[in-house]
Design a protein around this ligand. Structure first.
Ligand code: N01
Length: 533
């Protein structure tokens, strides 16, 4: 049975062909439902399509940063490195799309501008900037958490005579920085990955840093076939360990408190994690993200590492973060701090001397002018809500999502929002999403949403939406969980604090296993907390 009526009508429209949209399409296809995917890029991949800046790669290990919906797929695909590069991840996603013949349901170069619910027809009308207009019973937003770029509105931005680039919207063709004076603004994960490579090429690189970042060496290396074979012999075991871990990937969490351990033991634990490389540092102690005192011990360890790497003590001090470790997302790098020992690299502390304007020749801080040929904005994203807000989404009685979320996003389980029947949000605010491994998080939503649709079809049900009370309780719960951690203690994009004027609300949900359990429980109780008719 299909819900579809006419050819331009679909059972579901999915917006976005990144990791989330692709696995959602798979789950709907598997059920014989008609689905159409709109993707604004001219290729699939979402975040991994746009973020093709030098050095872009994942920081969850490749073997875990992949789909599990097909055992054949996970057995066949060979990752070449511990942390896959952006081109390799994009090759993987293109392989998936071709292997499962998904491409025929994906329309590229199609930017969705509006999605409106018609109560009488119980259908969504979805329009694109290119003139498409289709209708669907279910509208599924797979628009991504980090897909709407944030470029600060610096005075004079338009006057700059050189090239401006944003890491999150990088040109497809190679950018050649050789012989150029380059300015990079921003030292989050994107800046930290791009800076060492740009420094190798540029005549001179100026890094404009507002907040120093904690960064752990990736210690990336080729993936030995024997390591892959060992994992593939029992892939389910790795996936299970990931699913049971707070962060949705196997962080090898030490269940002890940092404060119970003696100084020597703590140093050894941090040193072991530093040597292993990557985000395993998060797992060093159970209370790193909840106790300031515990966190201080990790912060001091990481600052000592910076002092050990960076030769100039003044530069080392300027690169040393003061916020809690992990409060802003930990970065993973290859040669980041070492880059500041190069003679062609200058660190500019824009907290001490703020950027006042972009000029025709470059950039002016309060104290100095910098002549530049290119400016790279590594200034991040209007995270979690930006891509949704770029679409005019209207629910029952024409209410707008933008209006409803004016004080911050409100969802039930991150997948639905009251007043918007049959609208599903994948990895939305209120779900673990960016505080977990994005690929399993997206798959968990695809599985949950498709089973919910099964439930409705079997019972001849037509409409589902969160009850306001359940939504209110969930929003409070997400906030309570965050309030028990150090996350609200700094200005991060998790809180929307990086975008001027954005409401300060902690958006993701911490705790992948608890979240999955809650979603399963809700489903088992007949979608408790949803009004379903
Ligand atoms: O963005 P960010 P990102 N003047 O927001 C600075 C994921 N990711 O693209 O901290 C001067 O983290 C801003 O300074 P401050 C990952 O989840 C993953 O780097 O606001 N500076 C900050 O330094 C990550 O967390 C990978 O004071 C300004 C920087 O710009 C998320 O994407 C790789 C400024 C922005 O950092 C976002 O990372 C890349 C201003 N007006 C990204 N405005 C992997 O490794 C902003 N900044 C998988």
């Amino acid at each position: 049975m299909s819900f579809a009526a006419k050819p331009r009508d679909f059972d579901a429209v999915i917006i976005g062909a990144g990791f989330a949209g692709i696995c959602m399409l798979h789950r709907l296809r598997e059920r014989g439902l008609s689905a159409k995917v709109f993707e604004r890029g001219n290729g699939v991949g979402g975040t991994w399509f746009w973020n093709c800046y030098p050095g872009a790669r994942c920081d969850v290990e490749s073997m875990e940063y992949s789909y599990q919906f097909s055992e054949e797929l996970q057995q066949e695909w060979e990752w070449t490195e511990r942390f896959a590069t952006q081109p390799e991840i994009l090759r993987y996603l293109n392989h998936v799309v071709d292997r499962f013949d998904f491409r025929r349901d994906i329309q590229l170069n199609a930017r969705v501008t509006s999605a409106a619910y018609d109560e009488a027809a119980n259908r969504w009308t979805i329009r694109t900037a290119e003139g498409d207009c289709v209708s669907a019973k279910f509208c599924i937003m797979a628009t991504g958490c980090l897909s709407s770029t944030n470029t600060p509105k610096f005075k004079g931005l338009e006057s700059f005579a050189g090239a401006t680039l944003h890491t999150g919207d990088w040109p497809r063709e190679r950018v050649d920085f050789s012989g150029k004076r380059v300015g990079v603004i921003g030292t989050g994960s994107s800046g930290v990955q791009a800076i060492p490579l740009i420094a190798e090429e540029a005549r001179h690189l100026f890094v404009f840093q507002r907040t120093p970042a904690y960064s752990i060496p990736a210690r990336n290396h080729p993936l030995a076939p024997s390591v892959q074979q060992r994992i593939k012999a029992d892939y389910a075991d790795l996936r299970r360990r990931g699913a049971q871990s707070l962060l949705g990937w196997d962080a090898r969490l030490n269940e002890r408190s940092a404060l119970e351990a003696g100084e020597e033991e703590r140093q050894a634990e941090y040193e072991a994690r530093w040597t292993t490389g990557g985000l395993f540092f998060y797992g060093a102690y159970l209370d790193l993200l909840s106790s300031k005192e515990a966190n201080d011990t990790a912060a001091e360890f990481l600052r000592a590492k910076i002092r050990g790497i960076v030769h100039d003590p003044v530069v080392a001090e300027a690169l040393s973060p003061r916020q809690a470790v992990g409060c802003k997302r930990l970065c993973v790098d290859t040669g980041y701090f070492e880059t500041f020992n190069r003679r062609n690299v200058t660190l500019v502390d824009v907290r001490k001397s703020p950027i006042e304007e972009i000029t025709e020749q470059g950039l002016r801080t309060r104290d100095k002018r910098y002549e530049l040929d290119s400016i790279v904005f590594a200034t991040g994203f209007d995270a979690m809500t930006g891509a949704l807000m770029s679409i005019d989404i209207r629910g029952r009685a024409g209410i707008s999502l933008e209006g409803k979320w004016a004080e911050g996003p409100r969802t039930y389980l991150g997948v639905g929002t009251a007043g918007f029947p049959n609208l599903f949000i994948m990895t939305g605010p209120g779900s673990p999403s960016v505080l977990s491994n994005m690929v399993p998080a997206a798959e968990q939503h695809a599985n949950w949403i498709s089973r919910c649709i099964d439930y409705m079809r079997v019972r001849g049900m037509e409409r589902i939406e969160p009850a306001v009370e359940a939504e209110n309780q969930w929003v409070s719960h997400v906030n309570d969980v965050a309030a028990a951690t150090l996350f609200p203690s700094c200005n991060s994009w998790y809180l929307g604090a990086n975008v001027p004027g954005k409401p300060r609300v902690f958006m993701p949900y911490l705790g992948f296993p608890a979240y999955v359990e809650k979603c399963d429980e809700v489903a088992a109780r007949g979608y408790e907390g949803f009004t379903i008719t």
